[in-house]
Design a binder for this molecule. Structure first.
Ligand SMILES: C=C(O[C@@H]1C=C(C(=O)O)C=C[C@H]1O)C(=O)O
Length: 75
């Protein structure tokens, strides 16, 4: 599942994901709440995975300026 801020309008992130090889999974795009002052031009991805790894070993990737959103968990 992808969310995008309202200023991201050029393409659906799901299209890019399929072009990268994720053609065999359902994908969903939606828009974030347009909160005044929120970080612009952000694409968020939530992926459901099955893993035996404990939650503490899961790494959360925040690219570039998005790391400012969650410095507590960004890798
Ligand atoms: C401020 C953020 O964006 C919004 C707030 C979130 C939160 O409070 O957990 C999560 C996603 C967004 O709806 C963020 O990603 O940290």
């Amino acid at each position: 599942m992808f969310t995008v801020t309202a200023d991201v309008r050029s393409e659906f992130p799901a299209v890019a994901a399929r072009e990268l090889g994720m053609g065999d999974v359902p994908l969903l795009c939606t828009t974030e709440i347009d909160v005044p002052g929120a970080l612009p031009r952000v694409v968020r991805l939530m992926a459901h995975v099955e893993t035996d790894a404990p939650r503490a070993q899961v790494q959360h990737v925040y690219l570039r300026g998005a790391a400012a959103l969650r410095r507590d968990i960004a890798q």
